[in-house]
Write a protein that binds this ligand. Structure first.
Ligand code: NDP
Length: 269
């Protein structure tokens, strides 16, 4: 029988993960099935218990359960603990192991797919929610020169900067209007793009060599990408991050990292 995996969320119909993992499985010769799993809003933990009882080997977790997922785990990997959120569960010999591959997926997209090294660069992170928190440790591990976190609610950015100050890389916090200077890499981790809203950052944050990445993805460039492009930056949306976080999860489960280019081509012909 094939090994069983799924993605748990509410809603879940929009999730692209069930389109991605079967391609990785075929490519690497792994025998598995991967489904969508709708969990009731008040029934995430019960859903995980059911999956374990039914012999599932693991699951991805998406909105709104990523924080709750960290609480059902019997063990957390460091990057999940730092993120305070889990997007990848492994069910192994009675243990529920939680990891977070969103940040590693972002870093893989920037460094491998865009070919931009993070080491010694100035990085601006817009937003201080779950996605920003998940991105911080993987970005820090690439040894940037500096990270500035800018958020609408400055106190949330300040709390995040404090939490990540202990890794030896300068991390500071600010409001959007007060951002000073230009940055090599600007990541939009706000959810503003969902509503077509642009974080009100000065155009001067982008220079001709900057990379601007919006974590959101869709069939058209986001307002943030249009703004960054007009200011001279190269732009990317979050599709590469999505495809790469899935590859990281697949590697955790199966011990082999798939080639993401094939999926990327299929999803964005
Ligand atoms: P959260 O709800 O945890 O955080 C939202 C953040 O956006 C907060 O910092 C909030 O600021 C800010 N924000 C919301 N609306 C606006 C606005 N109109 N203008 C400026 N700032 C705003 O969301 P997540 O962190 O989970 O997700 C953020 C984005 O990342 C989403 O678009 C999501 O789809 C995307 N994402 C993409 C992934 C991928 O694989 N490509 C993976 C994970 C997330 P405040 O604190 O002031 O409320």
């Amino acid at each position: 029988m094939s090994d069983k995996y799924c993605v748990i969320g509410n809603p879940i119909a929009h999730s692209k993960s069930p389109e991605i993992h079967p391609v990785y499985a075929a490519q690497t010769g792994q025998d598995l099935v991967y489904e969508r799993c709708l969990a009731p809003l008040d029934g995430f933990a019960a859903t995980v218990r059911r999956l374990v009882a039914e012999g599932y080997r693991g699951a991805n977790v998406t909105l709104p359960f990523k924080i709750e997922a960290a609480q059902v785990c019997t063990r957390l990997e460091e990057r999940a603990r730092a993120a305070g959120a889990v997007n990848t569960l492994s069910f192994e010999q009675g243990e529920i192991i939680g990891d977070n591959t969103d940040g590693p997926g972002l870093v893989a997209d920037i460094t491998r797919n865009a070919g931009v090294a993070i080491r010694d660069k100035r990085v601006l992170l817009l937003g201080a929610g779950g996605a920003a928190r998940g991105a911080l440790l993987p970005i820090i591990q690439q040894q940037p020169r500096e990270i500035v976190i800018a958020n609408r609610t400055v106190a949330t950015a300040e709390a995040l900067a404090r939490d990540f100050a202990r890794y030896g890389i300068p991390v500071s916090a600010t409001g959007f209007a007060e951002i000073a200077g230009s940055f090599d890499i600007v990541v939009n981790a706000t959810s503003g793009s969902l509503a077509g809203e642009l974080p009100p950052v000065p155009a001067a944050v982008f220079g001709p060599g900057s990379l601007a990445l919006d974590m959101m993805y869709g069939s058209r460039p986001t307002v943030f990408m249009d703004f960054a492009s007009q200011a001279g930056a190269a732009t990317r949306d979050g599709l590469g991050m999505l495809v790469e976080q899935a590859a990281e999860a697949f590697a955790i489960w199966r011990g082999v990292r798939p080639d993401t280019a094939e999926v990327f081509r299929k999803m964005r012909p």
